[in-house]
Design a protein around this ligand. Structure first.
Ligand code: SF4
Ligand code: SF4
Length: 179
């Protein structure tokens, strides 16, 4: 008894000469491959060639210094509070006499950490910061072999004086969007 009406009788047809030679099918396949050789490639030879990111691309964070090289961050905690992934932790400390050249405000972040595995690169920390201290950049978070290495401290996040990070395009974009 048939369970459905979809049964089909399989007919074993004799192959034609062209089918038996396989050559037409091989040439049809090769022509598709050759066509792709001349098409514009969607991929890049990374890391030799790097894609240009939009000014608002959200990659690895930077903790900015001011023009005199002092850390902008005052450890107010607004970035941590606004972070939906709870990726930011910090310890605040009071600036001591003689440290005015290191920290712009009287309070600073003695410890500041971002867990890059938690971060979802939403940019809310950047928007919450009242001191122009934290920005996301076009730098890519490097791959690592252990989870602990994805917790970035001040040694990674605070910008180096000899390698300042230009965030002017980013600021310009935000001022256009917000006005
Ligand atoms: S980009 Fe978003 S998720 Fe990442 S640290 Fe900032 S607020 Fe948190
Ligand atoms: S980065 Fe900005 S928001 Fe976060 S603690 Fe420092 S000053 Fe406050």
């Amino acid at each position: 008894m048939q369970l459905t009406n979809r049964a089909q009788q399989v007919v074993q047809k004799e192959m034609t000469l062209a089918e038996r030679l396989y050559l037409p099918a091989i040439f049809a396949g090769l022509s598709i491959t050759i066509k792709h050789l001349f098409k514009k490639k969607a991929t890049l030879k990374y890391p030799e060639v790097k894609r240009e990111f939009a000014p608002v691309y959200r990659g690895q964070h930077v903790l900015k210094r001011d023009a005199e090289g002092r850390e902008n961050c005052t450890a107010c905690g607004l970035c941590a509070v606004s972070c939906p992934a709870e990726a930011i932790t910090m310890d605040a400390a009071e600036r001591k006499a003689g440290e005015e050249h290191l920290y712009r405000e009287e309070k600073y972040a003695a410890k500041y950490e971002i867990n890059m595995l938690r971060c979802i690169y939403c940019g809310l920390c950047e928007e919450a910061c009242p001191k122009d201290a934290i920005y996301l950049t076009d730098r890519i978070v490097a791959s690592e072999f252990t989870r602990g290495k994805f917790v970035y401290g001040k040694d990674v996040l605070v910008e180096k004086m000899d390698d300042r990070i230009d965030v002017s395009q980013r600021k310009k974009h935000y001022s256009i969007v917000n006005n």
